[in-house]
Design a protein around this ligand. Structure first.
Ligand code: SAM
Ligand code: SF4
Ligand code: SF4
Length: 364
């Protein structure tokens, strides 16, 4: 029997329209629900100043008590319901997801979802790579299908300054090599460039990952959360990145892999592979945003820049039925009209600081 979503006095069939025989749930701006990002922990062993600075206005960054985290059973149950509503990709993130005890067990359980869905479900992870070297094979064996490693510098000094830690770049590079050896592919490396801080790392990073099959993606520095003292002057636009790389290695635009891909692809004309640029600030892509984000403590957010989430953990722990949870999630998606990046300029001229959730908690 088809589920029915009840919104106030309105009753809407959960599948809004059918595409290639599949029901697709669309939000208020006609965007289909496709991706779920899950923050499995709000803790991290690095302290990138643009994400989780060690001191926040003189206080320590505070973390959730363990009993507030969603359990693996809760994450699995919600993921199954999301898959039933059209989600095709689940990305584990955080905080540093590899700090979550026995993460491989969760991946194993999530990887089995595609059997019940009867269609491919990608299980992806974004990690800082520091704990990858000894666990890459176990992650692959558990069923991880895609891996993104974040790395903002190759110089030890810049890396340690940006991550405010004693961990070495070598540890991350070993992790990436181990992931490649384990057959995790495609591997992507995400780099956030900040003007005056790691601009000089662009060409070394591009040079390092050319000819390796690993795709470097340069991400614009975003105004997520309220602790990173974001300034527009520190954003190096994708346009500038491409121009700088093109001076050294000729680039040509490359077709997107699929409709709605957020990264723009650029291939090296000499055949050495490709890079990507993610222009969240200068060329927002909200119109293509098919994501929901589940925070460490089970709140659901329609946007990286949202102020409030919908508390699914409370509903789960009240022994709600699958039907009730599905209706709740569908109702949230049907009403979703977030497009913060497209409205950034208008919103920033509003008086007063807008409350935004921190990225480590909501999942980057
Ligand atoms: N700890 C993992 C890692 O660093 O890959 C996963 C979580 S982290 C929040 C996910 C991604 O968000 C990282 O690639 C990081 O560079 C990115 N990120 C964090 N704060 C950001 C900001 N202010 N602007 C752009 N990207 C940011
Ligand atoms: Fe940790 Fe990732 Fe945030 Fe850096 S970006 S502090 S590695 S969660
Ligand atoms: Fe999606 Fe919000 Fe980012 Fe726009 S600003 S792309 S709606 S997460």
């Amino acid at each position: 029997m088809e589920d029915v979503v009840v919104l106030g006095r309105e009753t809407i069939s959960a599948g809004r329209y059918s595409h290639a025989g599949e029901n697709v749930l669309t939000d208020a701006l006609s965007r289909p629900l496709r991706d779920l990002r899950i923050s499995v922990t709000d803790r991290c062993n690095l302290r990138c100043s643009y994400c989780m600075p060690r001191d926040v206005y003189g206080k320590k960054f505070s973390f959730l008590p363990m009993n507030e985290l969603l359990s693996f059973e809760e994450i699995h149950r919600l993921s199954r319901l999301f898959v039933g509503l059209g989600v095709r990709k689940i990305r584990l993130t955080g905080g540093e997801p590899m700090l979550r005890h026995r993460l491989e067990r969760l991946i194993e359980k999530l990887a089995l979802l595609e059997e019940s869905a009867g269609r491919p479900i990608e299980i992806a992870m974004t990690t800082n790579g520091t704990l990858l070297a000894s666990r890459a094979q176990a992650l692959k064996d558990a069923g991880l299908s895609r891996l993104t490693v974040s790395l903002d510098a190759l110089s030890e000094t810049t890396f340690r300054r940006m991550t405010d830690s004693e961990i070495s770049v070598g540890q991350v590079l070993e992790g990436i090599a181990a992931a490649q050896a384990a057959g995790l592919a495609p591997i992507k490396v995400n780099t956030v460039i900040r003007r005056g801080i790691n601009e000089d790392e662009i060409i070394p990073l591009v040079s390092y990952f050319r000819n390796t099959g690993i795709i470097l993606r340069v991400v614009e520095f975003m105004d997520v959360g309220t602790t990173n003292h974001w300034k527009l002057d520190e954003v190096v636009s994708s346009r500038e990145i491409v121009a700088r790389v093109d001076e050294v290695y000729s680039l040509a635009p490359f077709a997107a892999n699929y409709q709605g891909e957020v990264a723009r692809r650029w291939r090296f004309v000499d055949g050495a592979g490709e890079i990507g640029t993610i222009s969240s600030v200068t060329q927002p892509f909200c119109g293509e945003c098919t994501r929901l984000r589940l925070s460490t403590d089970g709140k659901l957010y329609g946007c990286l820049f949202a102020a409030n989430g919908e508390d699914l953990r409370a509903t789960l722990r009240e022994s709600a039925s699958d039907l009730a949870l599905r209706q709740r999630i569908s109702g949230i998606w049907l009403k979703r009209e977030d497009r913060y990046s497209e409205l950034r300029d208008a919103l920033s001229s509003d008086k007063g600081e807008r409350r935004k959730i921190e990225m480590s908690y909501i999942g980057g």
